[in-house]
Write a protein that binds this ligand. Structure first.
Ligand code: FMN
Length: 350
């Protein structure tokens, strides 16, 4: 049996195993940004079914960075009791939970969209370039959100810097055309992420776990990007980040492939020395073995756990392949009556 089901220790956090629920926007959040009853059900089911670490869906650190409604907020202290209820329910069932902190930037629903540069990521809805002052405000919003998450009892936070949301826009050369200290070199494009991590460590304490989610690839100039990423991961290690979760910009189009980012992520792990979490196309116990053999620390899944919330528990028992087809319907179905997967047409399955 794979060692993925044995306990795992980060510098400041101990997990019951190395299986992670990757951040998943549930689309059944309450309208005010609070944690809904349906979400409590989703999270307690995952915890009861042996997921080691759960990343929440992306939570907006400020209303201007909301990706769409419904979505959880992590900037309103009035919502604290419901966040506390969420962390309590997960802990009672043996899992750890970290809040994913996000700002959508050019993909925000706000009419005043801000991004590193003037870019358009939503058709017909351009975003304008952020001022230095706005960059500083955004950094502060991420730090304040982490403080709120700590108060709510989360085991840590994950800074969302993947999938072309604001921080990923800063890191992606084609979306960041700045010529000041936040643009140009890889170091400059990662500067805001580094400032946020430092700010969180200062305000929440060195031992409060901070994770980061990053794209392992970009469409153009990818060779340079891998080198830059290595420098970013090395810096993350120095800043005391527990682990980086590595995804990619193109996971939705790689329907018939498995563990497509594995090779690059294994290389980055080896060279940076930072623990990594692989996500994208992990669908079976065989895939878990492949992840482990590659020297990757943890394995994360999103779509398979929407399809089969009890998958981790079943994987622990013996060889299993998920029924998930990576059809991506889970991005659109929940807008209709909370249905989350075409294969079972129910919000919840034990
Ligand atoms: C419905 C849905 C919602 C998602 N929401 C988020 C999110 O809020 N934050 C995030 O970083 N990734 C999000 N993702 C991406 C997943 O975390 C993951 O990186 C991606 O689905 C690849 O993993 P998989 O092949 O196991 O699904 C979402 C994916 C799905 C299918």
């Amino acid at each position: 049996m794979t060692a993925m089901f044995e306990p795992y220790e980060f510098a400041h956090l101990r997990l019951r195993n190395r299986i992670v629920r990757s951040a998943t926007h549930d689309y059944v959040e309450d309208a005010d940004g609070g944690v809904s009853k349906a979400q409590l059900q989703i999270y307690s089911t995952l915890a009861k079914n042996k997921v080691g670490l759960i990343f929440t869906g992306q939570m907006y650190v400020h209303l201007s960075g909301q990706a769409g409604s419904p979505q959880n907020s992590i900037c309103d202290p009035a919502l604290l009791p419901r966040l506390q209820e969420l962390t309590r329910i997960v802990h009672e069932n043996g899992s750890c939970i970290a809040a994913q902190l996000s700002h959508a930037g050019a993909k925000a629903s706000s009419p005043d969209r801000k991004a590193p540069s003037t870019i358009t990521l939503i058709e017909g809805k351009p975003a304008r370039e952020m001022t230095f002052e706005e960059i500083a405000e955004t950094r502060e919003q991420f730090v304040k959100a982490a403080v709120l998450a700590q108060k709510a009892g989360f085991d840590g936070v994950q800074v969302h810097a993947a999938h072309h949301y604001l921080l990923s826009q800063f890191m992606t050369p084609s979306m960041n055309l700045r010529t000041d200290r936040y643009g140009g070199s890889g170091e400059n494009r990662f500067r805001l992420c580094a400032e946020i991590i430092r700010g969180i460590k200062e305000r929440c304490g060195e031992d409060f776990p901070v994770f980061i989610k990053l794209n392992s690839n970009i469409p153009v100039g990818d060779g340079n990007y891998e080198e830059e990423l290595l420098a970013d991961l090395t810096l993350c290690r120095e800043l005391g980040v527990e682990a980086a979760e590595l995804s990619g910009y193109d996971f939705m189009s790689r329907r018939n492939e498995r563990t497509y980012y594995l090779e690059r992520v294994a290389r980055l792990r080896k060279e940076s020395g930072l623990p990594v979490i692989l996500v994208g196309g992990i669908r079976s116990t065989l895939d878990l073995e492949r992840v482990e053999k590659a020297g990757i620390d943890l394995a994360a899944m999103a779509r398979p756990l929407i399809c089969e919330p009890n998958l981790a528990a079943r994987m622990e028992e013996g060889p299993v392949t998920s029924r998930c087809l990576s059809c991506n319907q889970c991005f659109t179905l929940p807008t209709r009556e909370g249905i989350r997967c075409i294969l079972h047409h129910k919000t919840q399955e034990e």
